[in-house]
Design a protein around this ligand. Structure first.
Ligand code: F0G
Length: 454
């Protein structure tokens, strides 16, 4: 059995607490059975997300000490801009405070009522911003993307036939842009192939439609291109990155994931489009040379982007996730396969098939796992969907509990603890009951909605 090997050593540590089970039950109840509302003091392993909680390198920390503070035109900003140009080969850059701010700007400039945005799969904040502008999200992920158990290495691929049909349906002028998401988040951190991106790009070019890449989870996608796609095996990560970027018109990202830092930004090839988006940065984010990021964040990001080009830096997440997925499968716990990036995704639909979708099985499992282990995961199922304008509930394609793997943060023994507790909970799954809302926010309800047992 191969064991993942860390190509780093740990030199700063943080003490953890493991509160007793009685206290965990009390805290989960106080948090309205929503893991977002727990406090970190009450958590043993925080696997809620890999956003803004990845470990930084010594070089990132060092760069933060030499940041150049200035409202306008700091040397730090120039270093970041230079790094992005070097990696992606796009001339223009707009800094933002995080990924969803990029989505806000892109939606405001490119989306108008009735326009469609075809994508391999939506992300929560992406969809919210597009629909707020009156746009329509068209999910065109390949059929394999929605198969929970699969051996398909690229479940994040877009179905090219569906893309052509969608363009036919709306007409090219009815499409705001086509969006591809690397390491497709909501279907289990599943990658697309470089070949698929090339095919999507060709269709976009034929129809004069801009192609936008959400590169938040690009590091994982690059690793999978390199290890799973034959023609990428001989390419360096830097070469795969450039080939990816060359196929796109816009690349935006959450630097809370990409580059192990904070912040975000939009890289643009076309000057006219850049000039349309530019006024929104000082309006909503901050001046054009920081966009809501601190100089320390920008320094860490510039170094983090460079480190993303190193396969031995970006392989830790996917390898730990693959280990966790394999171990859970051996114990019969239903998980998404093949292992993707971001984290290990437990299939709550099969884990607790006695709870109907209307009672949020994935939410119920996330709450139960915290009580059983002190581990915080995230619901990624019906709770994370938004209702139709008429109030109808939309059942998610998959009911998942995501156990994110913040990069270089947990040890293998901690991963083994998570596997052991999940296996215990699976054997005792009849203890878990459904949930119902007691407070349901209208937008992005999963963030701060509160629930109680049915
Ligand atoms: N796009 C993708 C693919 C993401 O995963 C995220 C964030 C965003 C955009 C928004 O970026 O948080 O910086 O505003 N994903 C986090 C997660 C929240 O936990 O999966 P943001």
């Amino acid at each position: 059995e191969p064991v993942p090997l860390e190509m780093h050593k740990v030199r700063i540590v943080q003490k953890l607490n493991l509160p007793p089970v009685e206290r965990r039950l009390e805290k989960m109840t106080e948090a309205g059975n929503n893991t977002f509302l727990l406090r970190n003091d009450d958590i043993f392993l925080d696997m809620l997300t890999d956003s803004g909680v990845n470990a930084m390198s010594d070089r990132q920390q060092a760069a933060m000490m030499v940041a150049d503070d200035s409202y306008a035109g700091s040397a730090t900003y120039s270093r970041l801009e230079h790094q992005l140009r070097d990696i992606f080969g796009m001339h223009y850059f707009l800094p933002t405070h995080q990924g969803r701010a990029c989505e806000h700007i892109l939606a405001k400039v490119l989306v108008s009522p009735g326009k469609a945005v075809p994508m391999n799969y939506h992300f929560t904040t992406t969809k919210a911003h597009i629909t707020l502008q009156g746009g329509v999200v068209e999910e065109l992920v390949s059929d394999a993307g929605l198969e929970v158990v699969s051996v398909n290495p690229f479940k994040g691929n877009m179905d090219i036939g569906k893309l052509r049909a969608t363009i036919e349906k709306y007409g090219p002028e009815g499409i705001a842009f086509v969006r591809m998401e690397s390491g497709t988040n909501l279907i289990g951190g599943q990658p697309f192939s470089l070949q698929n991106l090339a095919d999507v790009s060709n269709v976009c070019k034929e129809n004069g439609i801009p192609l936008v890449l959400d590169a938040s989870l690009l590091a994982d996608n690059l690793y999978f291109n390199k290890t799973r796609e034959e023609h990428c095996k001989s390419l360096s990560i830097r070469e795969i990155t450039r080939r990816t970027a060359d196929l796109c018109d816009v690349i935006y990202f959450s630097a809370r994931k990409l580059g192990c830092a904070r912040g975000g930004g939009i890289c643009v090839r076309d000057q006219a489009l850049f000039e349309k988006m530019r006024p929104l940065v000082p309006l909503y984010e901050g001046f054009l040379t920081y966009g809501g990021m601190s100089v320390r964040e920008m320094e860490a990001l510039a170094v983090g982007l460079e480190e993303t080009m190193d396969e031995e830096m970006i392989n830790q997440g996917p390898q730990f996730i693959a280990y966790m997925v394999d171990q859970l499968q051996e114990r019969g716990v239903p998980v998404i396969t093949p292992a993707g990036g971001l984290g290990c995704h437990v299939d709550a639909g099969r884990f607790i098939d006695h709870i109907p979708q209307a009672q949020y099985p994935a939410g119920a499992l996330a709450a139960a796992l915290y009580i059983a282990s002190g581990i915080r995961g995230m619901e990624r199922g019906t709770l994370s969907e938004q209702r139709e304008p008429d109030g109808r509930e939309i059942f998610a394609n998959m009911e998942l509990v995501r156990l994110a793997m913040p990069r270089r943060v947990f040890t293998l023994s901690q991963v083994k603890y998570a596997v052991d507790r999940l296996a215990w909970l699976y054997d005792n799954r009849k203890l878990i009951g459904g949930l119902q809302f007691i407070e349901e926010p209208e937008v992005l309800r999963f963030f701060y909605g509160r629930l109680k047992p049915v």
